[in-house]
Design a protein around this ligand. Sequence first.
Ligand code: AHR
Length: 621
Amino acid sequence: LLVNASDAAGRPIPDKLFGIFFEEINHAGAGGLWAELVSNRGFEAGGLHTPSNIDPWSIIGDESSIIVSTDLSSCFQRNKVALQMEVLCDDNGPSICPSGGVGIYNPGFWGMNIEQGKTYKVVLYMRSSGSVNVSVSLTGSNGSQVLASSNLISDSSVVNNWTKMEVMLEAEGSNSNSRLQLTTTTKGVIWFDQVSAMPTDTYEGHGFRTDLMEMLVGLKPRFIRFPGGCFVEGEWLRDAFRWKETVGPWEERPGHFGDVWMYWTDEGLGYFEFLQLAEDLGAAPVWVINNGISHQDEVDPSDIFPFVQEMLDSIEFARGDPDSTWGSVRAAMGHPEPFNLKYVAIGNEDCGKTNYRANYLRFYYALRRTHPDIQVISNCDGSSTPLDHPADLYDFHIYTSAKNMFSMNNRFAKTPRNGPKAFVSEYAVTGTDAGRGSLLAALAEAAFLIGLEKNSDVVALASYAPLFENVNDKRWNPDAIVFNSSQVYGTPSYWMQRFFTQSSGATLLSSSFLTNSSSSLVASAISWQDLQNNSSYITIKIVNFGSDYVNLKLFLDGLDPTSVQLTGSKQTVLTSPNVMDENSLDNPQKVVPVPKGFEYTGSDTGIVLQPHSFTSFDLQK
Ligand code: AHR
């Protein structure tokens, strides 16, 4: 492999080439990245009707001691359902309550992960018919192991008055399958609403689950596209994502049932939190707006204006003056500074829909007129033929077999070099080649990404999809980061992406195989600076998609081997004995990158590529 090591002969790679796509799918956010432990905290998941389905809340006690129902008496206007608990027993009366009291419990999202020594903040709203004691506790899954507990006394202020109560619970034990209990031994009627339990050690104190955030930080994403995907569209518009219902105090957010991925979200992770997430990751937010088109219904162009206004309001929320109508809502949420929103995608996968183009133009021109610095992303693919409408970027999605994905490493070579750039916002190997996240899939995707690096004069942004999966609600296969309440692992596709963390903003060097080149090999070379350590590197990445060892000579034209520092140079290999090998909760490190020594000695440097492998060679200059 011959690499021209001269930066001057190279080409800059866009500084946001590799990022992430966060969709509320597979409980990625609710019961995932958003660290809220209570599921259905406002009792709204069964709909705004009563009697309501309060799942996954359950009752402690039988009908002789407690009657639980729902009514519409909440103090919150947009989520009126409240839980009513009529307690029939009383430890101070003739009918003593069962040991431990009666009440309700919430097992969270398939069990809460409670860890010894950590503190959990419980907030709830309560009103009662008389003075009562309520015990708030974190317990094991059957209630017998008490991990933390505190008493709430409902004094006269709570009698007939909705009152916000807060307790801090420090866990004295650990259990990854815990639950939150609200119990009492006092006769009377108690109403609860908006019950939240959050660990106090969330990432930057912003509500994100720390272990999952660390996986994202490891990807060094330069942008984050959110919040979907189909999640934005909805199967029907009535169940689409509506940003205004996800901002402001969490207690007042109505939540919604996402009818594509078929689950309820309380929307703790709302539009504001997505912007905060982007900021915490140092990633540019890419906001996918609801463009009035769902899977099943579409708004007519003549009626689209309210949706256009909704988009403009969302931009004012993100970056408007703190005194503006929507900027003031952001400021009240604790972020008076504007968020750095520069990318807006008009819908998701809607190009083929009847009204897409006509509606798109209305969104596009409204943005151009009001926010000319915003990059507008069309859903129509401009990679083969030019778009028939104006755009800064166009969306490109690809889910395919490993063989196809590998062969697509040349996909953008024939794309017209002028015009809007590609945003490969969803790519992944799917189907049988993918297993539940196989090495084979990762290798094919690596070849595809190398192709994107090489064609990054026409590809500006790229992200894998989907990003997260809670194992208890797998709606899509495969997904890059897999977790349950206490564990997390990356699939080979996740680890493959970490080989590209230095690419955004680097310089692409020209590289070519000279002799004996095999059609199973795909390679690229970049040079980049590590500003923190004030050092510079050349990184060469090679995919060997074949099942044989490959011996190569590596030569960097223009690089004096004596200037390469041995200590800072290494090779890293992602491979496994079986190409269908994958990671799992039981074996999370089966297929992960392994560092190895490497010495560059000039034109005689021999390298050996393992079968079915992805190798990167880092040379510190
Ligand atoms: O990534 C999963 C889904 O695939 C996305 O929601 C959608 O955009 C695509 O069809």
